[in-house]
Ligand binder design. Structure first.
Ligand code: SAH
Length: 360
């Protein structure tokens, strides 16, 4: 088992079970002289009953409960603040090592999505994104990522009025670049997908990336989930200017890597999601839409046009609705399934690219 899995992030030497995916949990129980199936039982208590107290795990022997109490904890990072939008979106601030990350719950008519963070800040510094403006403070651990879902699910499920739709979808679209925290993100995904974990179908879990090509190539042999690509530009000239990562991995290299992932993936049968933020007069001209359609010709894809969300000190302006509609209509005419993403939680700064962990 990985060494860091044994380390507790909470200053004592106890193992935080939220760091272990199913196989690791099985190995852990064998390593302490117990049967593998204890992993199923414990994970059931943790992820299906949201129980963090070994004493309440009644189908586990008292001896094992005592042993677990002595060597383990089940500990998610604290949700320190909650902010609710008029549209039903909820943003939580989560304290991790004296820093704040953010998690956003987005209820819709037929589903509810939780948007989770994978890093404290982001190193990519895309010019149109607020997260890139904050100082990067490090990767989140598996327990920090899983803890966001665990806490949020507990809050949603315990709603006294039972009015909140339980979380059906998870998107890695919060703070950070998931592929720059590959190992912890993949191990978290394993817990999200596993039948003893959150048991969410791979079709309902989306990892969004700015395109870290070597990590994306590795990902296909590690896990199968929905992929979303933050493309945001139809050519390298524009992309270099707004996403400096493009100077390292350009559009062509990225799209080759996406094709390789799609060839193996079963989760992406409907195609990869292409995210395209609409920046007024920068990437939103008619010829940009045509260029975009051309470069995506061979990639099965669904295009999400994202009205740009404002944040303080930014130089950008969102394309207006008329320009966005026009852009969408060109893509649709070319045969692309295209939607204009509804921006949710703008009033609480919970929308795409607005997450900076500021004190609210
Ligand atoms: N680093 C990953 C995960 C972030 S997901 C990625 O780049 O995909 C957040 C999505 O919102 C990304 O597509 C990002 O480019 C987009 N985004 C960032 N800032 C935005 C803003 N101000 N308005 C709208 N979308 C934005």
């Amino acid at each position: 088992m990985d060494n860091d899995v044994h380390k507790s992030p909470y200053g004592d030497n106890k193992i935080n079970l939220l760091n272990l995916h199913y196989t690791q949990m099985c190995k852990f129980f064998v390593s302490i002289g117990e049967k593998k199936f204890c992993a199923d039982q414990i994970m059931h208590w943790i992820y299906h009953k949201y129980c963090d107290d070994f004493n309440k795990m009644t189908n586990i022997s008292t001896v094992l409960r005592k042993k677990l109490h002595d060597i383990c904890v089940i500990k998610a990072p604290n949700f320190v603040k909650e902010k609710k939008s008029i549209d039903g979106t909820i943003k939580w601030q989560v304290a991790v090592n004296n820093h704040l990350v953010e998690t956003v719950y987005i209820p819709e008519k037929t589903r509810s999505t939780l948007c989770v963070s994978s890093q404290i800040g982001c190193v990519l510094e895309c010019t149109f994104c607020a997260t890139g403006k904050m100082v990067f403070k490090g990767n989140l651990k598996v327990s920090d990522i899983i803890g966001q879902i665990w806490n949020a699910a507990k809050i949603i499920n315990n709603d006294p009025f039972k009015k909140k739709r339980p979380i059906t979808n998870i998107v890695f679209m919060g703070m950070g670049e998931p592929l720059l925290n590959l190992k912890n993100v993949v191990n978290s995904l394993k817990i999200i997908l596993n039948y003893c974990g959150f048991n969410i179908s791979k079709n309902k879990v989306t990892l969004s990336t700015a395109g870290i090509v070597p990590a994306l190539d590795q990902l296909s042999s590690m896990i199968d989930v929905n992929l979303a690509i933050s493309l945001h530009a139809p050519n390298n000239l524009i992309r270099n200017k707004i996403m400096s990562i493009n100077k390292k991995y350009n559009i062509q290299d990225l799209l080759y890597s996406v094709s390789r992932y799609l060839n193996i993936s079963k989760a992406n049968r409907g195609g990869v999601t292409i995210e395209y933020v609409m920046l007024d007069r920068i990437n939103d001209e008619v010829f940009h839409a045509e260029e975009l359609a051309f470069i995506l010709k061979k990639i099965p894809s669904k295009i999400n046009l994202i009205p740009w969300n404002i944040f303080t000190h930014s130089i950008y302006k969102s394309s207006d609705f008329v320009r966005i509609k026009k852009f969408a209509s060109i893509l649709i005419k070319k045969g692309f399934f295209t939607i204009i993403r509804k921006n949710r939680g703008i009033d609480i700064k919970a929308a795409c690219g607005q997450l900076i962990g500021e004190i609210i």
